[in-house]
Design a protein around this ligand. Structure first.
Ligand SMILES: N[C@H](CCC[C@H](N)C(=O)O)C(=O)O
Length: 311
């Protein structure tokens, strides 16, 4: 066993927060260019799942004077390919329960900002970065790549198809406004599954009580995120999300915001325009059309620190 030092950064998008570990350091690439190869071995983090569970814990996880919150909603293991045009950032998003999320809208914005910063892009003019996720490529544009950026992401085509959500095999048609475990939901996949419930007032619902039975319902063989939405007075929507993988409410959920837009459009509440969706952590802009969806919002870098790991 030996001690290995790794650099860890903390980012968040509308309060959905992530630790970021560079996989370039993992392969030794960055170490080679920085001339400190001995300090890093082949992978910066041997056991990604144990690392994520440990460092993301809200009580005992990673804390820092420049951050309000201990722990995080997950870890983004990122590798940048600066030779590609546009540059590509490969994202592996490990969640505190040990699962790997196929997509994460707030995480993609953070990954795009991280990639732009690594390459020194996005400062004088917007930078295009493609974030590569298990759910597909997510073309992103980073504006103002300092510590606080705005990132716009092409989120692909939301799907209500039962095999895409996915729903259990006895569901042969989309699940639209059906009652599942006491909550009336519409199921949509925006990179990951969401069960969206339109309610009168999102703050009047005990989300931690109503969401877990839906999250684990038989209708969703891979589980689902559970989203509450309510029209606000300004043509947008309030949003709250209980996340699979975090197993609790998060401050914001980007794929969930797009899910709210997709369900609102299906209900005829909005058209193809940009609309504002407001999770507790701050507003996000979403736009859904017949064959595409887009998410725009902040990405912020909070700090960088060094951790000594035993391997
Ligand atoms: N917070 C993320 C979603 C993570 C998805 C994950 N909770 C799952 O489906 O397992 C977002 O901004 O889109």
């Amino acid at each position: 066993m030996s001690d290995v030092e790794i650099a860890v950064e903390k980012y968040h998008g509308a309060g959905n927060d992530f630790l970021v570990v560079s996989e370039a350091a993992a392969s030794g690439d960055r170490a080679a260019t920085e001339g400190s190869r001995e300090d890093t071995a082949d992978a910066p983090v041997g056991d990604r799942f144990a690392f994520t569970a440990d460092r993301c814990d809200r009580e005992t996880g990673l804390s820092h004077p420049d951050s309000d919150r201990t722990g995080a909603d997950g870890v983004l293991f990122l590798a940048v390919d600066g030779e590609a045009t546009p540059p590509r950032v490969e994202m592996t998003h490990v969640q505190p329960d040990g699962s790997v999320a196929e997509m994460c809208g707030n995480g993609v914005r953070c990954a795009a900002l991280w990639g732009a910063r690594e390459l020194g892009l996005g400062v004088d003019e917007p930078a295009d970065v493609v974030v590569v996720t298990p759910a597909g490529d997510r073309p992103s544009t980073v504006d103002d790549a300092g510590d606080h950026a705005t990132v716009t992401v092409g989120m692909g085509r939301p799907s209500f198809a039962p095999w895409d959500v996915p729903l259990a095999p006895d569901h042969t048609t989309p699940l639209v406004e059906e009652t599942v475990e006491g909550l009336t939901v519409t199921a949509v996949n925006t990179g990951v599954p969401h069960a969206v419930a339109f309610v009168d007032d999102v703050s009047a619902v005990d989300l931690e009580a109503v969401a877990p039975p839906v999250r684990h319902a038989d209708a969703f063989p891979e589980g689902t995120n559970v989203v509450l939405a309510a029209p606000d007075d300004a043509g947008g929507f309030d949003q709250r999300t209980y996340e699979r993988g975090v197993e609790g409410e998060t401050n914001a959920c980007g794929t969930g915001a797009v899910a709210v837009g997709a369900v609102a459009r299906r209900r005829g509440l909005v058209g193809d325009e940009w609309v504002t969706v407001r999770p507790p952590g701050g507003p996000l802009e979403v736009r859904v059309t017949d064959d595409a969806s887009f998410l725009r919002g902040p990405a912020e870098r909070e700090f960088q620190t060094t951790l000594a790991l035993q391997r």
